[in-house]
Design a protein around this ligand. Structure first.
Ligand code: ADP
Ligand code: MG
Length: 260
């Protein structure tokens, strides 16, 4: 059974112009599966509906129709109690590493917060657990007492990832996690994500408008255009033999990535 099953998922928003209400279909009949330990790369230009899909998979917004299933359980339309249980197992990492971190909290509190909320760790184990998580993302205990503004974008994203790993999760929904970072810093974070996936046996929904990044991490790739999946296949099939002009254009739009 796939860990994540998305079936005929759609989302529309109504826009009011004068007296008329128009319905904009921003996600249109999207289906895909993600198996355990794999990465699905979801790629498409800005405005194609990637973040809307991410938010429905996370259970943050309701779908208009269709379904999202996580480990056999419906996410959309689920009662709060089930969503809460699921939130331990599915964690987001968003694009803007600064917006995601509470500026008034120290790193130790930021990383420990999910453990405290879910009662997942005894008080005296919080600090060693935080240190362990920081090490996993390439930081150390010297940062525990510091505040988010003291860090660079790349370091902040490492802190976000450490927090996302705390409970620990099975699925990470990574919505353009390196798009706000310099290319070289982004490459380091993507390398880190690859190592963490192996170390913690994680499943990823990795969202990006950059084909080289998606190619580097993905098992399968889904290509989204104006809310519709126009192409889906293995990483090599999509990158080496794209069928759609749109996919070819996405591949040509970004230069080859040099990974260390
Ligand atoms: P992407 O992440 O691929 O850039 P989004 O999922 O953020 O795309 O947005 C897809 C489309 O849905 C865009 O046209 C956007 O303007 C629209 N959209 C997103 N959220 C809302 C909302 N809350 N209300 C109305 N339209 C929205
Ligand atoms: Mg987006």
């Amino acid at each position: 059974m796939p860990l994540v099953e998305v079936e005929h998922l759609s989302k529309s928003y109504s826009r009011h112009s004068g007296l008329r209400a128009e319905h904009a279909l921003v996600v249109d009949d999207v289906s895909f599966d993600i198996h355990r330990g794999e990465t699905l790369g979801l790629v498409g230009e800005s405005g194609s509906g990637k973040s809307t899909i991410a938010r429905m998979v996370l259970g943050l917004i309701e779908s208009t129709s269709g379904s999202v299933t996580f480990d056999g359980q419906r996410v959309n339309g689920a009662p709060q109690s089930r969503l809460r249980a699921m939130r331990r197992r599915v964690q987001p990492v968003f694009q803007d590493p600064f917006a995601a971190l509470n500026p008034r909290m120290r790193v130790a509190e930021i990383i420990a917060e999910p453990l405290v909320i879910h009662g997942a760790s005894p008080r005296k184990e919080l600090r060693p657990r935080c240190v362990e998580l920081l090490r996993a993302v390439g930081l150390d205990e010297s940062v525990l007492a510091r505040y988010p503004h003291e860090f660079s974008g790349g370091q902040r994203q490492r802190i976000n990832i450490a927090r996302a790993l705390a409970l620990p999760p099975e699925l990470l929904v990574l919505d353009e996690p390196v798009s706000a970072l310099d290319v070289s810093v982004g490459a380091q974070i993507v390398n880190l994500l690859r190592d963490l996936q192996r170390e913690f046996q994680l499943t990823y929904l990795f969202i990006s408008h950059s084909m080289p990044l998606v190619r580097y991490l993905s098992t399968n790739i889904a290509v989204l255009r104006r809310g519709r999946l126009v192409e889906f296949g293995t990483r090599d099939a999509i990158c080496d033999a794209p069928q759609q002009d749109y996919t070819k254009a996405l591949i040509q739009a970004t230069p080859e990535l040099r990974m260390a």
